[in-house]
Design a protein. Structure first.
Length: 297
């Protein structure tokens, strides 16, 4: 009699996890977009991550206004607008007003792979790609390839965020008030620790904000509000991004105070003791009219 045969595998696959998701990866050569794990795994709203992935997949020149995004997504304007504000606060999205060569002012939208980079020194995204290297699988997953249903065939081009602003100066020559504002940020968020060089580089921008009439508490609230959960760059890059534009100065009140109209004083009539307004004491209009009638009679 033949030996019994078993259909079960001789041993379990040692590389497969016993629980959780198992990735079935396919090497894509077209119609895909690579986004960072920090963005794909961002805690918070799923709408925010979805909007970010969709914008990353679009070619340059595509409309990313709220009405245009609402046509693609089933969410309404409130959720889409909130997602754009979260991406802007985290440094992934920037709306910049720029003047064209013809003199018109237009609002241009920049979307960044990683906040804090310099758009002037960004590498050409259409340049020759680096040769691919074999990678061992990660525990937390590699970068995700996103292929939306209506993704265009053109390669998505992204522009990183602007770098830190401000002219480098020695720390001893920096504005002490600006340095105090930057030093106190760690009390609000312990992650906002700056080196002496970073503080000196950011100090001129803070000085401009102080000169515009903002209080140190206003600047601190602006720099620490709605920070991302994870920093993809040094804290100085995010602070420089939020300080890159100088706010409008506080309007000053005119020194000339308009003169108030003179008020005629209130007096009591010498005849009937009624109150009436007059520059000189005497009798009211009724008493003066009665005196005239008696004199005429």
């Amino acid at each position: 009699m033949a030996d019994p045969q078993s259909n079960a595998p001789s041993r379990a696959d040692a590389g497969a996890p016993t629980s959780g998701v198992i990735h079935v990866r396919t090497r894509l050569t077209a119609d895909f977009t690579v986004i960072s794990n920090a963005l794909a795994q961002r805690r918070g709203s799923a709408v925010t991550v979805g909007v970010a992935a969709y914008i990353s997949s679009l070619p340059d020149g595509s409309s990313v206004t709220i009405p245009a995004l609402c046509k693609h997504f089933s969410e309404g304007e409130i959720l889409i607008s909130r997602a754009l504000r979260e991406l802007e606060a985290a440094g992934y999205l920037e709306r910049r007003r720029e003047r064209t060569p013809t003199g018109h002012v237009r609002t241009r939208t920049y979307f960044y792979d990683a906040p804090g980079a310099d758009p002037d020194t960004a590498p050409d995204p259409d340049g020759p790609p680096e040769p691919s290297k074999p990678r061992r699988p990660r525990k937390q997953g590699a970068a995700i390839a996103v292929t939306p249903a209506s993704a265009p065939t053109e390669k998505a081009v992204t522009v990183p965020a602007p770098a830190e602003t401000g002219t480098p100066i020695p720390l001893a020559d920096a504005d002490p008030k600006a340095i105090a504002v930057l030093t106190a940020l760690r009390r609000i968020d312990p992650r906002l620790i700056l080196s002496a060089q970073e503080a000196a580089r950011l100090a001129p921008a803070v000085t401009r904000w102080l000169a515009a009439g903002l209080l140190p508490t206003h600047i601190t609230d602006h720099l620490t509000a709605r920070l991302p959960d994870h920093f993809l760059t040094r804290p100085a890059g995010i602070l420089a991004y939020r300080l890159k534009e100088t706010p409008l100065p506080v309007p000053t009140r005119s020194a000339e105070v308009p003169a108030r109209p003179a008020v005629t004083p209130l007096r009591n009539c010498d005849g009937c003791d009624r109150g009436f307004r007059s520059t000189e004491p005497g009798r009211c209009r009724g008493c003066r009219a009665g005196d005239q009638l008696r004199a005429a009679g």
